[in-house]
Design a protein around this ligand. Structure first.
Ligand code: HAM
Length: 429
């Protein structure tokens, strides 16, 4: 029986694993240099945790199961609910603001497509316990800081920023009922992904008044914050949200990433828990799905039985990022290959014992060392040494037989010299 991998999953053969490590190592160092501490949680949780506040879309994409004890569980599709649960548990002892990052492996039963799989890695940075717009700015800065460090410029990617607070105030100001906002957000979130007719039809079903539906569509198509005044008369809430957005843009400018950031009211976000600033990173050509997305959530901790503590954060998957980096040629020459310090070439089966002793001594001293299982010809073993990018090849042959000396060859310069075992180890140090 030939068993295949499951649709939407990946096998990480060494060259693919090298790309994954390159991305994940970069996430970790960007987090650390931006002052975040690492955390993790379990890979499955109670199903109801995702049904509380993540929104219908993610609930439809859950891999869920019932365990032998009859408990309804789900594999994590995101880590933000776990984070909220964990922080709630220690809320009184954690110094605030909490700045944490995590790199979980997640599963979503999505229809696999370019940049969207059923299993992926996602970098998360979150700041909890600060209502300051500085925290939102830091999350966006950290995200761009990482992408910029890879060589992506403001011509390659854009951070599209909006505000759920502004959207809510606008919708209320034009007379949309407060209790219909939550059901309206997922429709508005789909606008960039839908043909115009389909969006207008969906919006028309949700908002019966044609005039209001048209004003909403115009709001979504604004290209500059200043155009808002011409569309509706902002009340106090809307004015405060506008001020917040403008402060955020100023801070991001001061932090040197202003050229990456634009206001874009299309950004609503699919997840239900966002309440304030929301943002997504997109490739400038807009040909791929979002590279990252996040925003502020005021009520998530409270919804999980904790105090009303606000958080803000983002998630970035590895799939779209990998496509983007490879399209821009930014993975070329970046990926680590197998790199040995020493390769031990043994030319005579009788000398295998000496090869094993030297290999073990070098490994014990901390050097990446490998050897051939077969005493084949020198040419073949030198080939093996250079395929493994070994810096040095130690040859055990005639000189060892006659004088117990190793022939030590520098693979770069081809220079070689005879040494005793002690000298080889001494030189290695
Ligand atoms: P999200 O928008 O659902 O947000 O996902 C964030 C990012 O994860 C996406 O932009 C994409 O890069 C990646 N992603 C999502 N689904 C898939 C998939 N099926 N395959 C590959 N990549 C995927 C969240 O998950 C929020 N919890 C982020 C957050 C953290 N908000 C605040 N803190």
């Amino acid at each position: 029986m030939k068993i295949q991998s499951v649709k939407g999953t990946r096998d990480f053969y060494p060259p693919v694993m090298a790309v994954r490590n390159f991305i994940l190592d970069g996430w970790k160092s960007a987090s650390l240099r931006n002052g975040f501490e690492e955390y993790d949680g379990p890979i499955f949780e109670y199903l109801k945790m995702y049904q509380v506040k993540s929104g219908d879309e993610i609930v439809e994409q859950l891999f869920n199961f019932t365990d032998r004890g009859g408990r309804h569980l789900a594999i994590r599709p995101e880590i933000t609910p776990t984070l909220a649960r964990m922080v709630n548990q220690q809320i009184n002892s954690l110094p605030r603001p909490i700045k944490w990052f995590s790199i979980p492996r997640l599963c979503r039963a999505e229809r696999p497509q370019k940049g969207r799989l059923r299993e992926f890695f996602q970098w998360n940075v979150d700041i909890i316990g600060s209502e300051s717009i500085l925290a939102d700015a830091e999350v966006i800065y950290c995200t761009i800081d990482y992408l910029r460090s890879l060589g992506l410029t403001s011509k390659d990617i854009k951070a599209k920023i909006s505000s759920r607070k502004l959207l809510a105030a606008f919708l209320l100001d034009i007379g949309i009922a407060a209790d219909s906002l939550e059901s309206l957000y997922p429709i508005l979130d789909k606008k960039p992904k839908l043909p115009e007719d389909a969006f207008v039809e969906m919006l028309g079903k949700a908002v019966e008044d044609d005039g209001k539906a048209d004003t909403i569509k115009k709001f979504m198509e604004l290209s500059d914050i200043s155009e808002i005044a011409g569309l509706f008369n902002p009340g106090e809430e809307a004015k405060a949200a506008l001020q917040e957005l403008s402060d955020l843009m100023d801070i991001l400018g001061q932090m040197s990433v202003g050229d990456y950031c634009v206001f874009d009211p299309h950004i609503v976000r699919g997840l239900a828990y966002y309440t304030g600033i929301v943002f997504e990173i997109h490739d400038a050509a807009n040909s791929l799905r979002a590279v990252a997305g996040g925003g502020r959530y005021d009520n998530l901790l409270g919804d999980f039985g904790g105090p009303k503590v606000s958080g803000t954060g983002m998630g970035m998957g590895d799939c779209v990022l990998e496509i983007l980096l490879s399209e821009k040629g930014l993975l070329d020459g970046q990926l680590p290959t197998k790199n040995l310090d020493y390769f031990i070439a043994c030319l005579d089966t009788d000398l295998q014992g000496a090869a094993l002793e030297l290999t073990a001594a070098l490994r014990h001293a901390g050097f990446a060392t490998d050897f051939s299982y077969k005493a084949t010809g020198l040419k073949k073993q030198l080939k093996q040494a250079s395929a493994a990018n070994s810096a040095i090849c130690v040859i055990i042959g005639t000189e060892y037989k006659e004088k117990s000396l190793f022939l030590v060859k520098d693979m770069k310069t081809s220079g070689q010299q005879l040494m005793t075992k002690e000298q080889v180890i001494q030189a290695a140090k």
